[in-house]
Ligand binder design. Structure first.
Ligand SMILES: *[C@@H]1O[C@H](CO)[C@@H](O)[C@H](O)[C@H]1NC(C)=O
Ligand SMILES: *[C@@H]1O[C@H](CO)[C@@H](O)[C@H](O)[C@H]1NC(C)=O
Ligand SMILES: *[C@@H]1O[C@H](CO)[C@@H](O)[C@H](O)[C@H]1NC(C)=O
Ligand SMILES: *[C@@H]1O[C@H](CO)[C@@H](O)[C@H](O)[C@H]1NC(C)=O
Length: 351
């Protein structure tokens, strides 16, 4: 085994607290191997909490959406963070997590919110595409349709998505033995933020009818934006997340911002309990993979710039030859021929 694999193997936490919330993300592999038509299938991931297993048995038809959501969460988290020092690669180990996601960090706040949004998104879309026997298109909006358009088509069923999605993703925090009160509150809060951002992404989509695209008649419905847009919005919230502590406020303990500004936690902000390392150097105990050998962008001024990505250590340059199609010509009718061109590109990797 490579050294990296060894430390991953040693450090995968069998989580007792915070990452129980997202262990269902481990369904991507085993969940794709079964047809989800027998309640036995609810055992393919041993780590579902009892309430999730009950939900599974009572709503087997929903499980394909759950598996889908888990895949989407992994993919989109990595896409969204590909320009960051922490690049979400450790999510691949689900249902086992390294400390970057096993503790109440800013990164786990993001992943919880994204996973929560992803599940409601996946269910809302599945309703609209007729894949689920228990739901169908979203209800027609209350806003009156104007002279230029009428409501029609089939909107995403956000309401059902939010209802079933929250029942599933919030279940681990409602079971008594998983984690501290503070982590449960944190996860519940961040899950709700994810769903809120999803709900705000609902937009009116239209299709034109009428003579040759004249658009004299339009049919419109409410549809959700793609999950990657939701993820980008959540990434902004990740960058602005608030560190909180669990403190007595009035009659009960609540999460409140750690800074001295005395205010309750806002509905719209992501919250976390534990500060993350800077992810510059490898430190398995902290769940940091380090940025050595990561690609960086010499001309960028953002988080993927060589300066920020490499944490000031500098970078090595190498050249790579890429072959691409070029000088394409169209022949009537109907084919295209291209030449193959070689192009050398400079790449930079962190020292
Ligand atoms: C479930 O689906 C599989 C594959 O489609 C099929 O072989 C099996 O008989 C089904 N089981 C039940 C209980 O319907
Ligand atoms: C997937 O299924 C195999 C065989 O049943 C089991 O050993 C393994 O633990 C399962 N994986 C997960 C992530 O639950
Ligand atoms: C993400 O970071 C890890 C650890 O530094 C690295 O091995 C992996 O190649 C990175 N993935 C991408 C897509 O850059
Ligand atoms: C590097 O960053 C610049 C400026 O943001 C961008 O235009 C360019 O496409 C990036 N290059 C790569 C290889 O990502």
């Amino acid at each position: 085994m490579s050294p990296v694999r060894v430390w991953i193997a040693l450090l995968l936490l069998c989580c007792s607290s915070s990452c129980r919330a997202i262990q269902w993300l481990g369904l991507t592999i085993n969940g794709s191997l079964v047809a989800w038509n027998e309640s036995e299938h609810c055992k393919v991931l041993e780590r579902l909490v009892p309430d999730q297993t009950h939900l599974c048995k009572r709503n087997l038809e929903l499980m394909q959406s759950v598996v889908n959501a888990a895949k989407q969460t992994k993919l989109i988290c990595q896409l969204t963070f590909s320009d960051m020092r922490w690049n979400c690669s450790s999510i691949e180990h689900a249902p086992y997590f390294t400390p970057d996601l096993a503790k109440g960090t800013r990164e786990s706040a993001f992943v919880n919110a994204l996973a929560s949004a992803a599940l409601s998104h996946s269910i809302a879309r599945a309703c609209a595409s007729g894949e689920l026997p228990t739901c169908s298109c979203g209800s027609t909006p209350a806003e009156v349709s104007g002279p230029s358009f009428r409501w029609g088509g089939c909107g995403d069923n956000l309401r059902y998505g939010l209802q079933m999605g929250s029942a599933f993703v919030d279940a681990p925090m409602k079971s008594s033995k998983s984690g501290t009160q503070a982590t449960k509150l944190m996860n519940l809060h961040n899950n709700a933020v994810g769903r809120q951002v999803l709900a705000e992404s609902l937009e009116t989509k239209c299709k034109c009818h009428g003579v040759s695209g004249s658009c004299s008649v339009k049919t419109c419905w409410k549809g959700l934006q793609d999950l990657s847009s939701v993820a980008n919005e959540l990434k902004s919230k990740y960058l602005a997340a608030t560190k909180v502590i669990h403190r007595q406020m009035g009659i009960r303990k609540q999460l409140v911002p750690r800074e001295l500004d005395i205010r309750p936690v806002r509905e719209s902000e992501l919250v976390y309990l534990i500060s993350s390392p800077d992810y510059c150097t490898r430190n398995p105990k902290l769940g940091s993979y380090g940025t050595q050998d990561r690609l960086c962008n010499k001309t960028s001024v953002g988080s993927d710039s060589c300066n920020l990505m490499c944490c000031g250590r500098g970078y090595n340059a190498y050249t790579e030859t890429i072959v691409e199609r070029c000088q394409c010509k169209y022949y009537w009718c109907c084919y295209v021929t291209c030449k193959k061109c070689e192009r050398t590109v400079e790449r930079y990797v962190c020292k």
